[in-house]
Every structure is written in structure tokens, then in C-alpha cells.
Design a protein around this ligand. Sequence first.
Ligand code: GBH
Length: 460
Amino acid sequence: MVKLPSDFVWGYATASYQIEGSASAGGRGPSIWDTFSKIPSKIRDGSNGDIATDSYRLWKEDVALLKSYGVRAYRFSISWSRVIPLGGRNDLVNEEGIAFYRGLIEELLKNGITPFVTLYHWDLPQGLDDRYGGWLNKEEIVKDYVNYARLCFTRYGDLVKNWITHNEPWCISVLGYQKGAFAPGHKGDVEPWIVAHHTILAHAYTVKLYREEFKPTQGGQIGITLDCHWQLPYDDSPANVAAAQRGIDFKLGRFADPIYKGHYPATVKAMIGDRLPEFTAEELAVVKGSSDFFGLNTYTTQIVQEGGGDEINGRITVGFTRPDGSQLGTQAHVSWLQTYPPGFRLLLNYLWKTYERPIYITENGFAARNEDVLPVEQVIHDVDRVEYFEGYANALLQAVTEDGVPVKGYFGWSLLDNYEWADGYLTRFGVTYVDYATQKRTPKDSSRVLKRFFEKHIEA
Ligand code: GBH
């Protein structure tokens, strides 16, 4: 095969809190991000998602934009507290919120765009955190999450055939409960492992529900999205090679191994000891095999050396500098991201070999430098983002056509510049420039790159 298969899907991704705004309109209840973003000094520019890109009101314009970009699919997330304002299984459903996503889904389909729906992109209803501690409370959160998922399958499953449970549980547990950098802002080294365990269970029981009660009649697929930077050993010393594998275990394997293989990685168990919760036999039977595909968010590669780092990454040191002093690739606006397409190809091969599931790239993208300060006329000529997407799309093509990795879809992050969490509005990942004063959308050069690429490389 020299081309991508004719049913290859591609498009752009977004997330509810990052684009919707209208935080207290339409009957929406608050989420933990509404609370967290208002704590002084948590967000670099002191901003929040109250308005964001105003997509709760401008959604038709956004669908038209997607259409003009030639996409086949759009990945967005549902705001849990917009459809169940207080979040719980005995709480009221907000029909206005339900109707909003129904309208969006119908408009996408009318335009020939397939919806890929994420159930949870970090905006837990504040009501659940207040009531019982949110992700820390196993019995309650699993039941409430499954109930919320049931509502979505019931109301949208006739039209939506591609479901993603969590977006990046690593961020939920590590940034939310270990580093305190994301909502709800806890710090410690016990909670992150408990929370991670509960996100896996909520995911798994949701998939069980879908497979038993919805899939037989609705016929869709469901999986989870995990994030990973490829880990490149600093040199070929056995210690650094082992460190790179441990880095992958701590970032990805801690979720992927239970879900696809039925156990936590041995390296994680060894370092975390009895802080790592155990699954009961009954739970394990539900967890193992609980994803129809491998959803991957990936942005970059890190160069890894043994030792020195903290436990979060498995006591490794990560950077971008090679032994000869050279950098891995083009530096982004954010410190954690450099362009390195070969790492993407290596990661895809690793995932296929290790987990043997079809892969969807659910996010991949680049924040070019200084887009927060340059005038729009300059920002739209985003050469670094163009270089990034060309490199990564070609690496994907090679992985599929030369290495035989079954990648089924690709979503660029993101359709629009948007609320970049703790970075606020200072970091821009969009292929569309957003003027936050007027909400005017202007396509950047990069919006044409993926269109051209997939027009050329997908089988007719
Ligand atoms: C994704 O997160 C998110 O799904 C999306 O919402 C976000 O807008 C997008 O990527 C761009 O960031 O703690 O050293 O890893 C990517 C995960 C989490 C990666 C925060 C960078 C900070 C540095 N990101 N992380 S580090």
C-alpha cells in the first residue's frame, strides 16, 4: 500500500472548557475548572474559560470553518455539567445542554463531518467534587460517570458512532492531584495513583455498559485517549535505554497496560509499592480489553537519561539536547514541545507492536512562538506549525504504508486558538487565529497543510 486507506478519517480536535465559554449560560453548572481558574496565580495570564472562543454561541460558524478546511471528522468533548449541572445520577438533566450538543452533531452530519465525541476532557462537575471528593471516591464517581455516559449514549448514540471516554488520564491524575498544576490543584504522592485507578475503572465500566446495552443496536466503537511523548534514550548505554522504557511505563503503560493487558507495569509496581491500588478479580475482568482502539495524543519526543528526576516520570531526566549539544528540533512557544517527526513514527510502531490495536491519533499539534504578541497578519504565516504538520503527517504516512501500522484516523490540535489551561490565552495551538476581543476567526497557513496532505494521500 502506498496510500492511506479510503476510509481514513482526519480532522481537528477541541475540548468543551477550552472553547465553549457561556460558563453560566444555558443552565450549565460549574466544573472544577471554573473554580480552579479563578484561584489567583494558578493561570499564567489570570484568565479563565468564561468566554473562551465563544463556541457555545458561534458553533455554526465553527462547523462552517471545519467544512472549509475539508475535514472528514471533528473531535469535541461534552461538558458534563452542561448536561447534568450537578453531575450526579440523581440530579436533574439540563435539556438545554442536551439540545446544544444534539444540534452540533446534526449540523456536523449535515455537512458530511463525522463526530468523534469525548465524554471527559477534565471538566468534572464541581457538584461532585463538593459532594464526595470527585475522582477520589471510587463507589460514587464510577456510578456517576457511567450514569453520565448512559445519558450521552441514549441521547446521541443514534448519530454518534465513535466514543472516547477519557482524554489523557495522566493529566487528570498527575497534573490535577500530584503537581497541583491543573484542577482541582491537589499536591501529593498518594492521591494521583488512587485517582488514576478510579479513572480506569470509570472508563472500563462505561465501555462494559456501551458494549452490553448500546453497541448491539447502535453499532459504534468506544475507546480511551492516552498521551505520551516518545522517549528517546540519550545514548545506547543500557541504563539510558532502560530509563527510556521506564519513562514510557510511567507516562503510558500505567494506563495502557491495565486496559490492554490486564496489569500495571512491573517498573511502576516496583517504584510505587503499596501506594498502587489493586483491582479485584471482578474489576480486572472488566478493565482488561476495555478499549476498541488505541487513542493517542502525542506532541513531541524527549531525550531520556537515567536518574535525577522525580518519581512522576519514574526517576528519569528528560530534555531535548543530544550528547553533541544539538537540539532535537524546532522549539515551540511552550518549553515542553519541540518538533521531531521520527519520534512519532517510532511511537506508532511501539504502540502497534505492544498493544496490537488500531490507532487513532486524537491530538497532534504545535504552538508557534510569539503568536500571543505578533499582529494577526504575521501570525497567520505560521511557518513553524506548517513544518510541524508536514513532518508529522509524513511520519504517519510512513508508519502506515512502510511499517504496516494500522492508523485509522488523525486529528490536529486544534481547530482554533483556545484556552490553553494553566497557560491561559498566551499559548496558541490553533490552525485558526482567534482575536479574543472580537472573536473573529482567521485561517492560518497551516489550515491548508493537512487538507492538501490528505487530499493527496488518501486512496480514492
Ligand atoms: C493536550 O494536553 C490536551 O488534551 C489539550 O487539551 C491541550 O490543549 C493540548 O494538549 C496542548 O497542550 O507537565 O512537563 O508534561 C497535552 C498534555 C499537559 C502536555 C501539560 C504538556 C505540561 C508540561 N500537556 N504538559 S509537563
